[in-house]
Design a protein around this ligand. Structure first.
Ligand code: ATP
Ligand code: MG
Length: 265
């Protein structure tokens, strides 16, 4: 069965899209069958793997409103993984979904068949707790939370954990935190080290050992429509996402002991 993860954090610009694209490409490079779903009307994850937004039709929008299926909408990238693309049109889904029955469950239902076809499904959520994100959280078995180790990060995390609890209570009882990922990490900053330490003491081994450094190649790659491993495989950013992908496989296959410490209780 596919591991279905929502890459989420309501805070903007923390590295959600960068993580969704580069982790998808890294898992694919390690031989995994991956589907990435772009749930953000900005469509950055879509263009970041070389798909033109205007050409990308049908998108995840048509899936949510029941006008298309996974089979009809997914696109194979040049990087050995599939994408359900998004574009501006997806912003309208928010309003249209209100009218529809089972509005929180539409993505989950559409993905029912994907479980057997993929090893990983990664969803890039928008920086908001809207109906698109809720659809992602309902379809997911767990969330991956990218975060920058800065002063307000922990505060934002408290809000996110509260939301996850609500979704768990009302819509998706099995939802849990898969892992917290430190992104844009600058080891020279004392504050970064402090926040990073606090994160580890609060969330234990829910915090991935792999850390994504601040690396300019990660920021440059999207303008070439490529994940960083296809752009500069030797860069520190590429190596960090490959390491994260390997860590996830090790966890999944039980090569790493994970306790329940820090679980979403
Ligand atoms: P949004 O909330 O708007 O969806 P996001 O959480 O998806 O944002 P990204 O778009 O992935 O965040 O990253 C924000 C910006 O930071 C982008 O310009 C991206 O290229 C850059 N960036 C992300 N991760 C890194 C990194 N590790 N090193 C350097 N730049 C990075
Ligand atoms: Mg994004």
């Amino acid at each position: 069965m596919a591991k279905v993860l929502a890459v989420t954090n309501q805070k903007g610009g923390v590295g959600k899209t960068t993580t969704a694209v580069n982790l998808s490409a890294s898992l694919a490079a390690l031989g995994q069958r991956v589907l990435m779903i772009d749930l953000d009307p900005q469509g950055n994850a879509t263009t970041g793997c070389g798909i033109m937004k205007r050409e990308a039709l049908p998108t995840v929008y048509q899936i949510l409103i029941g006008r298309s299926t996974l089979e009809e909408s997914r696109i194979r990238t040049d990087f050995d993984f599939d994408v359900l693309p998004a574009n501006r049109e997806l912003a309208g889904a928010e309003v249209e979904l209100i009218e529809l029955a089972n509005r929180e469950f539409r993505l989950r239902d559409a993905l029912a068949a994907a479980g057997a076809e993929y090893d990983f499904v990664l969803m890039d959520c928008p920086p908001a707790l809207n109906m698109l994100t809720v659809n992602g959280l309902v379809a997911a078995e767990a969330v991956m939370i990218p975060m920058q180790c800065e002063y307000y990060a922990l505060e934002g995390l408290t809000d996110l954990v509260t939301t996850l609890r609500k979704v768990r209570a009302n819509l998706n009882p099995a939802l849990h935190i898969e892992g917290l990922l430190r992104t844009m990490y600058d080891p020279r900053s004392t504050l970064t080290q402090q926040v990073s330490g606090e994160l580890e003491s609060h969330f234990g081994d829910k915090v991935y050992k792999s850390i994504i450094p601040r690396n300019v190649r990660l920021a440059e790659a999207p303008s070439y429509g490529k994940p960083v491993i296809a752009f500069d495989r030797q860069s520190r950013g590429a190596q960090a996402y490959l390491q994260l992908a390997q860590e996830m496989l090790d966890r999944r296959d039980g090569r790493v002991e994970t306790s329940q410490q820090g679980a979403l209780a």
